[in-house]
Write a protein of this length. Sequence first.
Length: 388
Amino acid sequence: MSEMSENLTRLVKYARTFLLLSNPFFGTLVINIPIKEQDGPGATAWTDGKCIKFNPSYIARVSKEEFTAVLLHQILHTALQHKKRSKGRDNKKAWNAACDQVVNHIIQQNSEKMHDKMRLPEYMKPEDRFKNSSAEQAYTILAKEIKDYTDIRDVLNAAGGAANGAGFMDLYIENADDLNDMHYAEMNSLLVRAQNAAKMQGKTPLGIDREYETLLRPKVDWRIMLKEFVQSFPNDWDFTNKDRRFMTSPFYLPSLNGEKVRIAIALDTSGSITHKEISSFMTEAYAILSAFSRVEIILMCCDATVHNVKKVTSMQEATSFEVKGGGGTDFRPVFKELQKHNTEFEALIFFTDGYGTFPEPKDWYGGYKVLWIMTTEVKAPMGITIQY
């Protein structure tokens, strides 16, 4: 059975409506992650890392309030990419339990404000000791306490033939063979959209920050990086006063006055760049937007030619940016494209592996600074090169 029954349709409609109205973060996720009904070894629900699956026998007896909590449990497993993050962890049962603790704490903290419209079942109630833990931190403890089962049949037999609640090994009932780095890049984009929607309404869910930052933490602190890189920009930066947002930082960070900081960002999307690297490049672009309250970006991607030039000033605009490419690598078209925008930006940040054709000195289109973020040890012949 793969289509949604009348029962599941009714429950999903209730849950989606409630989550959309009560919290835009949860609402954005629940309308963008597929939900299916399927016979399987899971007594309640599970995720393959892409879709949420519900057992028909569970759907026939569950209340709409409990269903909403169980659906949100699976939605968070999927959006927070718990299957992907299990890579390299030998004790799958402990990892599943650790992730359950995290998502159930998030649901419990937020359901207290939702009265009786969403109810966490007793068998899903988390332990207090993991209230402020990430999944990785909880796993460190639980891996010492829980015996692993390498086969789902062992789990079901140990539980008397039925899974012990919604979260019992629900990450490992089945695999999704088509999950790749691009899927996870799209999931990261969905998380950013959800977070942005929540921030606009001042409704960021309690307990979500630690997991969110684990997935989307950039490798570069752009507040510090751009401190030196843009300090010569005219009239934009005031180094006589610290930025109050970062008063506790040991670094002397500038505050921004007057015009926006205007930056061009080029993403290498040639055939030598992996989906994972493209995802990392986009994470850094998101981080630049988050680090500064007044920033305007000319965002583009390129292989042997420039694709999709777009001006963005917000996270919402950046998440709708379409990545294109896959051909050879030539950096020169980017510099030619930027000649059209020579009064609209002060610096170029180029994310690449460096395996391409650089401009000749005579073709250098100077007048702005260039920062190369290299995933290899290649050093660019102009500008500043930083190994990523």
